[in-house]
Design a protein around this ligand. Structure first.
Ligand code: DLL
Length: 433
């Protein structure tokens, strides 16, 4: 068979719109009756779920943003009793508290369906041996890919990320044919394999499905050349259940959106105006087949363009360009989302330093590295190198413990960080994307 779900992947636009309207009506009623946050928001704009007559009426509803999720942490937006929740994932929020993603059993099935389409379109089949090198745990990458590949009937190796040499040994011994990982980790594996004298091109590995961070077409070509594989893509976010929201096909000319599950809009990130297809802007999603946590007009902060065009693969699903970047300051370091504000709130708790800092993102080999220059208080600086180094280590450990990323802290002399006269420039991204 050519598609995982031919009916929905090749549906006519008219039929799709009909399907979306039906699901949207149900979802709006569902959240209005179950979640006070939505009821209040809808009431504030004088909107009742039964006012939705056509898809365009969705534009009358206000947007949801990340802080709405933080303000309702952990389960304030959950539309079912916790007794019906069977899984909870999470990802970084803008400050200390993460974004929580609860799922019912139906939500897990919905997600698995989206992931199976993604992997099938990438060429993954039941006889494949899939090495899943996405982080297993709260991050949606690990279990999302695991479920999708299991649904197709592949043999899945849930190795998780890290221990690169072991990854390569397993790849050789088990005859891995498909790799799931972030694009940067794929390149790290390639680099390590070269150092070990292992020729990945001679192994059975033939496909990789990569995502969770922006990557360029050049990077894709580099991965394809070094691993001797076809590098395919997965896009998604915790707020929409995880990976599988959009995926590319053999044409590799943009990603197909699972629009029977998610209604996508593009808006001007400054004015909030809805923009026509073909225009670059911020992606907004409404989940129309989820139970526990269906977001309504959620601003992803991801910048892309939507296109209604025929794809030679035969899919009619709305297409979106590769993500160009973000409209906020979120950094993705080796697949982990980090906001400067998270680092800042930790620094504010350290009495030996000033809350004056600059984050610097660099690439070492193919790995992202986060450095942070922080101003020492005068008395800290005068206490000498031993004390300075202790404090640097202490902050590094705090950040590792609270955000889950490695960071290199350097205390710099008092008043040495340029004070801004407008928006503070807190991040210097030296990576070329
Ligand atoms: O990164 C889900 C995922 C896992 C997608 C594995 C693909 C593969 P979050 O941790 O919530 O979820 O981060 C979501 O990551 O809003 C984008 O900014 C970025 N992102 C995800 N996939 C891509 C991609 C997962 N293919 C945020 N290209 C999103 C560019 C991506 N950015």
């Amino acid at each position: 068979m050519k598609f995982w779900n031919e009916k929905f992947e090749t549906m006519s636009e008219d039929e799709m719109r009909k399907h979306q309207l039906e699901c949207l009506k149900k979802t709006l009623k569902w959240v209005y009756e179950r979640v006070p946050f939505y009821k209040n928001k809808f009431d504030d704009t004088g909107f009742k779920p039964e006012d939705l007559k056509k898809l365009e009426d969705l534009g009358k509803l206000p947007f949801m943003v990340k802080t709405d999720l933080r303000d309702n942490y952990p389960f304030g937006l959950c539309a079912v009793p916790l007794s019906q929740v069977v899984r909870i994932h999470a990802s970084s929020g803008t400050t200390g508290k993460p974004i929580t993603g609860p799922y019912t059993q139906n939500d897990l099935d919905q997600w698995t369906e989206c992931m199976a389409r993604n992997l099938y379109a990438a060429g993954v089949r039941s006889n494949d041996i899939c090495q899943n090198s996405y982080g297993m745990g709260l991050f949606t990458g690990g279990l999302g890919f695991h479920q999708g590949a299991t649904r197709i009937g592949c043999a899945v190796i849930p190795i998780s990320s890290g221990q690169t040499e072991r990854q390569i040994v397993i790849m050789q011994d088990f005859g891995t044919t498909v790799l799931f990982s972030t694009p940067t980790y794929a390149l790290t594996i390639a680099e390590r394999a070269e150092e070990m004298g292992v020729k990945l091109r001679d192994l059975p590995l033939r496909v990789g499905v990569f995502g969770a961070e922006p990557w360029t077409i050049e990077m894709r070509k580099e991965i394809e050349a070094r691993m001797g594989i076809k590098a395919m893509e997965a896009y998604g976010l915790t707020e929409c259940g995880g990976p599988g929201t959009a995926f590319d096909c053999v044409e590799q000319s943009g990603l197909h959106l699972n629009e029977d599950h998610f209604i996508a809009e593009i808006i001007d990130p400054v004015t909030g105006d809805v923009l026509p297809y073909g225009t670059k802007g911020e992606l907004v999603f409404t989940a129309i087949q989820r139970e526990a946590f269906p977001v309504i007009r959620y601003r992803t902060r991801d910048i892309t363009t939507l296109r209604r065009e025929k794809c030679s693969c035969g899919r009619t699903l709305l297409k979106m360009d590769k993500i160009y970047g973000r409209s906020d300051d979120m950094l993705i370091i080796g697949g982990v989302n980090v906001f400067p504000s998270q680092v800042e709130s930790i620094l504010l708790d350290v009495k030996e330093v000033e809350p004056q800092y600059v984050l610097i993102v660099r690439k070492k080999g193919y790995l992202d590295q986060l450095h942070c220059d922080v101003e020492a208080k005068p008395e800290t600086y005068e206490a000498g190198p031993q004390k300075i180094s202790e404090i640097e280590k202490m902050i590094e450990n705090k950040i590792r413990g609270m955000i889950g990323i490695g960071i290199k802290i350097r205390l710099v002399p008092p008043k040495s960080i340029t004070r801004s006269e407008g928006k503070a420039k807190r991040v210097i991204d030296e990576r070329k994307l």
